[in-house]
Design a protein around this ligand. Structure first.
Ligand code: ATP
Ligand code: MG
Length: 405
């Protein structure tokens, strides 16, 4: 009966000029994600895509489809001939199925006539089918405003499709159509959510984490790995590269020589310089982080301006204006929250001054930086970056490989 999945594209429908390129990309992403289900076959129609189940149980497929950026929504549908009689019979069967669970349910029919050559209007189709249902199912109740079940009928040239469910997809844009950026990832709540929102927009990610052993433990890195494993399922090829920057020497130096209230400002300037250098080597065109306006001293507008002046690359802050509660909600929805709240020290929390600057000055920051040979330390840190490639079901470890770039 329910023999197809109908996929709807979201905002990419608006992108007229490169629509085809986007659609081809999302279709190849869908096929790659479902490659283990060999009985499926596919049908591409304008702005819609059908998966023929050919007997495959759709439950597992539903979970996978929810992780593919660019899918707006999808439905498990039944297909029949594009005639009122065939559609009426199919609607009766579907409705009777629903009535088994609730004999008092109310229904409504909604028709979409994609085939403009069909000689009846949407309203006429809905009416005809409703009349048939009332004649053939006893004690049936319609409710136009708040029905328990909406039967959707889609009249298309390729056939008529009937369904009662609409499953929300991830939305956004297909992976691989927007370009690649670097995500600054900590073990906290925010940055992984920023990464998720970037992936949803179709951006590919390399991740950069600053570690300060022994002040931060290997558990802190493990936390980042666990967070990123969650994100891999939203990526095009189910993998993410993580670059771990040894940051201890720089942090200690800052702690020793920089005026205490400027410690965080300078530390974040160093992070940005390193993130930009790595991004250039990785051919990434932007830096993404989890900064949120006003959250802490280093995230006031003045701090952001003073910190980001060390870079020329665009800095994207997907969470900039969100409330923390909304960020937490996303973190809970994608299941990163329980990992993020595990209690391990992050490099930012180790050397925190009592009263960090909330209005750091650019000139003064440069003066403080000139107190140590940071360029040399930065080059050394970049040379000693470690790379870990994470896959959604397993991870490979490459530690201290030479010339990873
Ligand atoms: P929290 O939920 O605790 O705020 P956070 O990851 O947002 O976690 P912040 O101190 O607010 O932590 O840092 C702001 C941003 O700076 C982060 O979202 C992240 O993008 C980046 N960042 C912080 N610490 C690190 C780190 N150790 N490695 C890489 N990026 C970091
Ligand atoms: Mg934060």
């Amino acid at each position: 009966m329910q023999d197809h999945i109908l996929i709807r594209y979201g905002e990419l429908a608006l992108k007229k000029s490169n629509r085809n390129q986007f659609i081809n990309r999302i279709i190849s992403n869908i096929k790659r994600n479902l490659k283990d289900y060999q009985d499926l076959s596919y049908e591409n129609r304008s702005l819609r895509f059908y998966i023929h189940l050919n007997g495959t149980n759709p439950d597992k497929l539903i979970e996978i489809l929810k992780t593919i950026p660019g899918i707006h929504s999808f439905s498990i549908v039944s297909k029949t001939l594009e005639t009122i009689d065939d559609v009426s019979i199919l609607c009766k069967t579907l409705l009777e199925e629903e009535l088994k669970n609730n004999t008092n349910l109310t229904f409504k029919i909604e028709t979409n006539r994609g085939d403009k050559d069909f000689p009846m209007s949407s309203l006429e189709i809905s009416k005809e089918v409703s009349i048939y249902l009332f004649r053939n199912i006893p004690n049936l109740h319609a409710d136009m405003h708040n029905p328990d079940v909406t039967i959707n009928i889609d009249f298309r040239k390729e056939g008529a499709f009937v369904y009662t469910n609409v499953i929300e997809g991830m939305g956004g844009m297909p992976s691989g159509t927007i370009g690649k950026a670097s995500l600054m990832i900590s073990g906290g709540i925010d940055s992984v959510v920023a990464g998720y929102l970037a992936l949803k927009k179709g951006i590919q990610l390399d991740c950069i984490h600053f570690a300060s052993p022994p002040y931060t433990s290997s558990n802190a890195v493990q936390k980042v790995i666990d967070l990123l494993e969650v994100l891999t399922k939203y990526t095009e090829y189910q993998n993410i590269n993580l670059y771990i920057v040894p940051f201890t020497t720089i942090q200690k130096k800052i702690y020793e020589v920089v005026r205490e209230d400027y410690g965080i400002t300078i530390m974040r300037r160093m992070m940005y310089i390193i993130a930009e250098k790595l991004s250039i080597k990785l051919h990434n065109i932007a830096i993404i982080n989890g900064e949120n306006i006003g959250q802490v001293a280093s995230q006031t507008l003045e701090s952001m301006a003073t910190i980001e002046e060390v870079c020329t690359m665009p800095i994207i802050r997907p969470l900039a204006t969100l409330d923390k509660l909304d960020i937490v909600k996303i973190a809970k929805d994608i299941n990163t929250f329980p990992i993020s709240i595990r209690p391990y020290e992050d490099c930012c929390t180790v050397f925190v001054p009592k009263h960090p600057q909330i209005r750091p000055n650019k000139e003064y920051s440069k003066k403080e930086e000139s107190l140590f040979d940071y360029e040399h330390l930065i080059d050394e840190a970049v040379q000693n970056v470690e790379k870990i490639t994470l896959y959604s079901d397993k991870h490979h470890l490459y530690i201290g490989e030479e010339n990873i770039f």
